[in-house]
Design a protein around this ligand. Structure first.
Ligand code: SAM
Length: 363
């Protein structure tokens, strides 16, 4: 029998005293709801997840907004480590054009702008692996799939890794409803996967084109399991939005909600918070996502009484991460500062884009 997550007891009073006289107002997110356990970890290594055969679409040409690409890999980033494999493992990815195309245009030497569909853009702004079946992804979705039961609602079809694990594990499910916002993803992935299912399994699957946010607000149905994975990575800039999704999902959930990478993203928020203070990083010079903005404001007040202890920084940062609720529609994540990056050029771009005042000789 499935057990529910233990009730989290974070704070009972409405105000908490963290540093000297600083008081923090608890935001009205219910972190004690047993249907969502913010400490549940999906970064769990289980070899079986790598060995399970999965079906993926064939490669497509690298044109348009997104395409499928599979490559053998001998090295992989596994959570926080680099691992070398004894034999190559084929990894399938959906790749998308760089988001920098939303902010920059390339001109020729006469100053004429080059059309955005020109392949030159993919050389200047490296395409981004949007989703794939890397070892980390497999482990994380395997951990979630092991919890699926009853009526399942999924945010994000992606490469259909999660539902493939659910069926492979023969989880006691009744149906699986998948919301996918991107029609091209559905066209690329659906048929290959659906054709691999038995008739009975096929009957259980319902893929709907649309956003999980709209669906959660409009549907009258409720679900035993809600699994959400509509964001790109465990960057803490997503956390306010994940809390927003959880708030939308709770009224429609009779069982449990899992969010891909939630605990990892919260942990990064806390670890970064400690290092901002240690390095006296000038957060106020940067545009910040709603969670980091709250932390920055707390820090400015707390520092008037001296430097807060590492323990209080961790406690406050975690509380802020768990209780800041904001749809990502309400903030431009790409313009907000983050140390989370996959390359040095990513870090450079983010530092430039998130700085309030451009760097000059004076500052
Ligand atoms: C990381 S992938 C999901 C991977 C998936 N869990 C799997 O099993 O392979 C994210 C997917 O969510 C979709 N998506 C993004 N925002 C969405 C939204 N608001 N509602 C529904 N789908 C969304 C993306 O188009 C993408 O296909």
């Amino acid at each position: 029998m499935e057990t529910h997550a233990p009730k989290l007891k974070l704070w009972t009073p409405k105000y908490i005293k963290i540093h000297g006289s600083v008081l923090i107002w608890r935001y009205p997110i219910n972190t004690q709801d047993s249907r969502f356990d913010p400490s549940w970890r999906d970064d769990v290594i289980e070899q079986e997840a790598i060995d399970i055969p999965l079906v993926f679409p064939e490669d497509t040409p690298p044109t348009g907004e997104i395409w499928v690409e599979s490559r053998p890999r001998l090295k992989e980033r596994l959570f926080n480590d680099d691992v070398e494999l004894e034999k190559p493992r084929r990894v399938t990815s959906i790749v998308k054009r760089s988001y920098m195309l939303n902010y920059y245009k390339i001109a020729d030497n006469q100053g004429n702008f080059i059309p955005l569909d020109d392949p030159i853009y993919n050389f200047i702004f490296q395409p981004k692996t949007w989703m794939n079946d890397s070892m980390s992804e497999r482990y994380m979705m395997f951990a979630a799939a092991k919890k699926a039961r009853g009526k399942v609602l999924v945010g994000g079809l992606g490469l259909a890794i999660y539902p493939q694990f659910v069926f492979y594990l023969q989880r006691p499910i009744q149906s699986i409803t998948i919301l996918e916002k991107n029609a091209t993803v559905i066209n690329l992935v659906r048929d290959t996967w659906i054709n691999s299912l038995s008739d009975e399994q096929r009957q259980q699957v319902n893929i709907i084109e649309g956003s999980i946010e709209d669906y959660l607000q409009e549907t009258d149905e409720s679900f035993d399991t809600i699994y959400m994975d509509t964001w790109e990575d465990a960057d803490p800039r997503f956390v306010p939005h994940l809390n927003y999704l959880v708030q939308l999902a709770l009224p429609k959930c009779t069982g449990q909600i899992q969010c891909w990478g939630y605990a990892m993203a919260v942990q990064s928020f806390v670890d970064y918070a400690v290092s901002y203070v240690k390095q006296a990083f000038p957060l106020e010079d940067y545009y910040l996502d709603p969670g980091l903005e709250r932390f920055s404001q707390w820090l400015q007040k707390a520092q008037k009484d001296g430097t807060p202890s590492e323990e209080s920084i961790k406690t406050v940062a975690r509380e802020i991460a768990l209780t800041t609720v904001k749809s990502q529609e309400a903030y431009d994540r790409h313009r907000c500062f983050t140390p989370f990056a996959v390359s040095y050029s990513d870090i450079q771009r983010n530092m430039v884009m998130s700085r309030k005042k451009p760097v000059t000789a004076e500052n």
